[in-house]
Ligand binder design. Structure first.
Ligand code: ATP
Ligand code: MG
Ligand code: MG
Ligand code: MG
Length: 476
């Protein structure tokens, strides 16, 4: 099955169970001070769970564009290094707003995976919440009993509060969850750890694909739990991971979700992707991953900038540029050349990218150009620092700040390069320098830049890469 067919199968299956297909919310969240980007399918339905709004449909199914590079969920450092954490990914989800509960959710997830998608039952594990006496949380007997109808008991593992209990915050709706893991180890690999049941953290080929959250409690201010009057189901399945399992690959990057961009990158760089852990191979994966995050965020109205959500995108983009510059020996803008591939690939799923293809391409190229103007000098500077500080093993806060301020190096890029050289960055020192600079620039100018850059108006820092930046226009 192609990835497009797999996505459609998921949506169709839940539609056949009475769910209404709804569109993905934008990946960029405006007007929520607690969250910059959508990081889970449930974000757009938060008000239903909190009881602030009544759901239009009791059963809903969708695929949601998610980004996990900031805040509570930050997977950036795994991306390209492991084979299944992305910056941007699609979360497939089915939802019950006060309608069905554990019995149906569990039976349907099993039916979809084993009967419709025909995943071998012997490859699947599930987890249920073991309970937490200290917190007054009970073992999820109900989920355990439902799973027992379908799964042999030694494949039902008990999980702790960290992995198997979901809370929106300190107060509010919460409840136990059940995860589904797929064991993609080869026979050989399996023999090595014979008899031991594994969950995702224990082997790179045993991966979590689906989380079913059962919202049944309301946590009050005093910490106590009440039963919710209406119970809800909130599920999230990693689309790229599901495709990997169904296409029988050992890496998400070997599926048709990513092979188009990887092939195009090979053509552009005249290099070959070799599936290994080499810096070159990691770079191919990083580019295939990052370009999606950058492109879909811009298409949803968030431009790269120096603050807030815009800076998150700029950080991802600069990380990608440094990878191709240093490891694929490509010294001119590359990312913008990949847009047409993903615009086409997603034209029927997330048409907003194809509709703004030229604009997105132009913004990305300008961003790459601007960073490439200072990157070489910045890399020379960091090399000097690294050779000088080999013994201390530390990049000082002042130097990290200089790299940021003069050469446009986001702190996580400096951290990455330091890490590659087995060094550390004094991040507290860097933060102190940032604070000082903010005070200085507040004194110098009263204009607040927010998330947009208006070049001719705001000389934000002494960063030399933006002498002649384009003036962004706001997309609506
Ligand atoms: P993991 O333990 O692998 O980091 P998670 O427990 O943080 O995953 P959930 O918050 O439960 O993930 O999200 C639901 C599903 O979304 C996961 O089961 C997984 O399939 C998928 N998912 C989560 N994070 C990522 C990511 N960074 N890239 C791709 N898929 C992801
Ligand atoms: Mg995670
Ligand atoms: Mg997990
Ligand atoms: Mg999970």
């Amino acid at each position: 099955m192609t990835s497009a067919q797999i996505r459609q199968t998921f949506l169709d299956f839940f539609q056949s169970k009475g769910h209404t297909i709804v569109p993905s919310a934008p990946i960029v969240i405006k007007n929520d001070p607690t969250l910059l980007f959508t990081n889970a399918g449930m974000n757009q339905f938060k008000d239903y769970f909190l009881g602030n709004k009544k759901a239009e449909y009791a059963r809903v199914v969708d695929t949601q564009k998610c980004l996990r590079v900031s805040g509570k969920h930050n997977d950036l450092e795994e991306v390209g290094v492991d084979t299944y954490h992305h910056t941007m990914f699609e979360m497939l989800g089915n939802w019950s707003f006060g309608d069905y509960f554990k019995k149906e959710a569990i039976a349907w997830s099993w039916e979809l995976l084993t009967e419709v998608l025909k995943i071998n039952k012997d490859k699947l594990y599930v987890t249920v919440f073991e309970g937490d006496e200290k917190e007054g949380l009970p073992f999820d007997q109900e989920a355990f009993d439902e799973w027992k109808k379908w799964v042999v008991e030694d494949r039902i593992l008990k999980g702790n509060k960290k992995d198997n209990f979901w809370e929106m915050g300190d107060v509010g709706p919460c409840g136990p969850c059940s995860e589904i893991h797929v064991d993609c180890r080869t026979e050989e690999e399996r023999k090595l750890v014979d008899g031991k049941s594994l969950v995702n953290a224990d082997h790179p080929q045993v991966i979590e694909i689906w989380n079913n959250v059962f919202m049944q409690f309301n946590r009050l201010k005093d910490g106590s739990l009440q039963n919710l009057p209406a119970k809800h189901v909130d599920t999230g399945m990693g689309f790229e991971r599901l495709v990997r399992v169904l296409q029988n690959k050992t890496s998400n990057y070997d599926t048709d979700v990513f092979t188009g961009t990887i092939a195009e990158t090979e053509k552009i760089t005249h290099k070959q992707y070799d599936f290994s852990d080499s810096k070159e191979a990691v770079s191919f994966r990083v580019l295939a991953d990052h370009i999606r995050a950058i492109a879909f965020c811009i298409a949803d109205g968030q431009l790269p900038s120096n603050t807030g959500a815009g800076y998150v995108i700029r950080r991802i983009l600069r990380r990608a540029v440094r990878y191709y510059y240093s490891y694929l020996d490509y010294k001119t803008p590359l990312l913008f050349q990949l847009i047409h591939i993903i615009a086409k690939q997603f034209e029927n799923v997330f048409p907003e990218l194809n509709a703004q293809k030229d604009f997105v391409t132009k913004v990305i190229k300008e961003e790459e150009d601007a960073f490439l103007r200072t990157l070489e000098k910045g890399l020379k500077r960091i090399d000097e620092i690294i050779s000088r500080e080999k013994i201390s093993g530390n990049i000082q806060g002042k130097e990290a700040f200089e790299l940021y301020d003069t050469f446009g190096f986001p702190i996580d890029l400096t951290r990455l390069i330091a890490f590659e050289n087995k060094m550390q960055v004094d991040e507290a020192g860097f933060e102190a320098e940032m604070q000082q600079q903010k005070t200085r620039s507040r004194a110098a100018t009263a204009i607040d830049t927010e998330d947009w850059i208006f070049i001719n108006e705001v000389p934000l820092t002494s960063f030399v890469g933006y002498n002649d930046l384009l003036t962004y226009t706001k997309v609506v």
